[in-house]
Design a protein around this ligand. Sequence first.
Ligand code: UT7
Length: 360
Amino acid sequence: MPPARTPASPGAPRAAADAPWPGAAAPGGTAPVLCGLGSWLPPRRVGNDELSRELDTSDEWIRSRTGIGHRHVADAATATSDLAVEAGRRALKSAGTERVDAVVLATTTPDRPCPATAPLVAAQLGLGTVPAFDVGAVCTGFLYALAAGSGLIALGTARRVLVIGADKYSGILDPRDRSTRVIFGDGAGAVVLRAGDPAEPGALGPPLLGSDGTGADLVAIRSGGSREPLREAADGAADPYFRMDGRTVFRRAVERMADTSLAAAERAGWAAGDIDRLVAHQANLRILHAVADRMRLPRDRCAVHLDQVGNTAAASIPLALAHAVAGGRLAAGHRTVLTAFGGGLTWGACALHWPELTPV
Ligand code: UT7
């Protein structure tokens, strides 16, 4: 396995041969460049022991099977848009701008089924009448939203896009279901993309995305959609809660995240060992390790944040990025791969040289 390369010094010019995306985008500033990062967690922190008092579970089981120690839980008055606005405001500050041309929000827990939550978030951020829409790809949502935001830049619709991942899973979990209650937490993270040059640090490689709808039942809320409207479900038969076949999802998550990450690295011209940081969706520590093992990547190159926040679904990657930068584990020049897997089934990966920025 080739040794990891030394990260470039912040702001150092790159040789053409080291350009992240040779030929990936036409010159003229249409490449999406990550230039701001913000995050927000609701203040209430719930430890494993607190859950063990309500459910038939234990700190030992949760830590050993998932790696999770705590998660943050929003209060009843807080909606996903509130989390998204907090993270979005911080990402704008991190990018040093008050204006963007579009807002893309990844979420599975919109404030309401209709309309989308992104326009409300844009309005609350004072962004005027910019285009704003939601993206639904469950735990892969942030990568799908990055792709959508990148497309807006590539097509010239926007020069700057706010991409947010926000979820309040505490509102869709069955309070009696120990298999999901212990895993998920609430939170939001956001980035700003701006139009730039494909050779700049922060320029995103093409997000590689996939889906397999034959696995639609593995992660699902059964009732409340057009297939089974709540009002038509037989008395007592409706199930409005989020359900997951964890064991099956585990296996597929490892395969898809590892293989797509390797493909994204290859598109960047990197071998697996060249990856300095793998920032994967924070579903389970055992999954992170298995992904690294399958990629033949040292496990310590994986960003780990789930011990403190659990699985925050669409918010997971930007929250893990902010945590890694704040802790000095992710620095300018690092060859970074983002990857996720979630309901749909959906998955994706994207590579970039980490830029110089200060998360807020
Ligand atoms: O974010 C989207 C993608 N999601 C994922 O990638 C999640 C992937 N899956 C996972 O992380 C794991 O499958 C879980 C953490 C969800 C479950 O871990 P597992 O090792 O796969 O456990 P299991 O579902 O196979 O269950 C093993 C046992 C069962 O008992 P029996 O049938 O062996 O008697 C469960 O009932 O553990 C039991 N169990 C629990 N025990 C104590 C399930 N949840 C709990 C719990 N506390 N919270």
